[in-house]
Design a binder for this molecule. Structure first.
Ligand code: SF4
Length: 351
């Protein structure tokens, strides 16, 4: 798998708007962490960062060491991390204070301090440009849905007011329990976009989230106002959908299947994995945490179904040496469902 961002597809899971090249100042909420250490008389502190911010880890550890008593040891998780679904449970069990940076809680727990890292970037210039370039004016279509990511949640109410002041009726909802906030989207969950509006305004960095949103809601016009890259565009899923159809076609010839059950805390869909294996004698249940092409290569099976993170399937899919399908796509490949039932694989609930 390439680690050069220039070679990555638009929707890559690693490219979710927290890239270091936009050198923003984040608030790591060190006071909250030091208070928790004092309250619990902690001796060990574990820090987990998403991929885009791992390079900040040593610096944050240095700052914490200066603030904490000498007998407290600080460690950094080296496990891959792409979401709040992806907590380092090993570290969590073995540290007195465990801090997860960069994502809002998927499930609250006393054992975890979530530091969401809100962006300080000004979103309004790019929202203005989106209104001018891509959103229908309120006289034509007053209804607009508004969504964003955890990084910009701190500006969500202001964004809503901003649109209302300009004559729009803004539609927002919280979605399901996998989402912490009203208007928040995840790469695998766009329930907050189930609103009564044909046009959606997504405010946030990168195309990863809005492409998922447009795949999940093909009937909607998804306008991207990206304050990180200072760009406005409309989500276009054609390339993704062609890639998915081509992969499903290839998998139709498969005789043997690997069915992946992901052991990451927030990515397990046991029932789906079990159902496939129970009904197909040529399917084998494979458990793993990180789903990568190299880890599957030696199994020598004809095709795979991934019941873990759907974005590994849709975004990294072409990098796998054999077809990798979502559970819904698998049903099409084995003839249980028609080809035109192909839809984006969303993930609901927590653990
Ligand atoms: S399962 Fe959802 S929250 Fe977790 S990494 Fe994938 S897209 Fe993100």
């Amino acid at each position: 798998m390439s680690h050069d961002s220039s070679e990555r597809p638009d929707g890559d899971l690693r490219n979710t708007g927290m890239s270091l090249r936009h050198d923003r100042k984040w608030d790591y909420e060190l006071d909250r962490i030091t208070e928790a250490v004092a309250e619990r008389d902690a001796e060990t502190v574990g820090l987990q960062f998403p991929e885009g911010l791992k390079r900040r880890g040593p610096g944050v550890a240095d700052d914490l060491r200066e603030l904490l008593p000498d007998n407290v040891s600080v460690m950094i998780s080296g496990q891959p991390c792409y979401g709040a679904c992806d907590l380092d449970t090993y570290m969590m069990k073995r540290t007195d204070v465990f801090v997860h940076f960069g994502h809002s809680p998927m499930k609250e727990s006393d054992r975890i301090i979530y530091v969401p890292l809100f962006s300080n970037v000004d979103v309004f210039p790019i929202v203005d440009q989106a209104l001018e370039d891509e959103l229908a004016p309120p006289e034509e279509d007053p209804d607009v849905g508004l969504v964003t990511t955890a990084q910009h949640m701190n500006k969500f109410d202001e964004m809503r007011e901003y649109l209302e002041e300009r004559g729009y009726t803004v539609h927002v909802r919280r979605g399901d329990e996998r989402l912490t906030n009203e208007g928040q989207v995840l790469g695998c969950n766009y329930a907050s976009a189930d609103v009564d509006a044909e046009q959606m305004l997504y405010v946030g960095g990168g195309k990863f989230h809005p492409l998922g949103l447009a795949m999940e809601h093909p009937e909607k016009h998804v306008v991207i106002a990206d304050p990180v890259n200072n760009a406005v565009s409309v989500a276009d899923t054609e390339k993704f959908m062609k890639q998915r159809y081509a992969t499903v076609h290839k998998a139709m010839d498969a005789d043997s299947w690997g069915v992946i059950f992901c052991t990451k805390i927030g990515q397990g869909r046991w029932d789906q994995a079990e159902e496939i294996v129970e009904n197909n004698e040529n399917a084998y249940l494979i458990t793993m945490d990180e789903v990568t092409p190299d880890r599957l290569r030696n199994f020598g099976l004809d095709a795979y179904v991934n019941t873990g993170c759907p974005r590994i399937t849709t975004d990294d899919g072409p990098q796998f040496h054999k077809p990798m399908l979502t559970p819904g796509e698998y049903k099409i490949a084995i003839g249980e469902k028609p080809l035109d039932s192909l839809e984006f694989d969303t993930f609901h609930g927590t653990w």
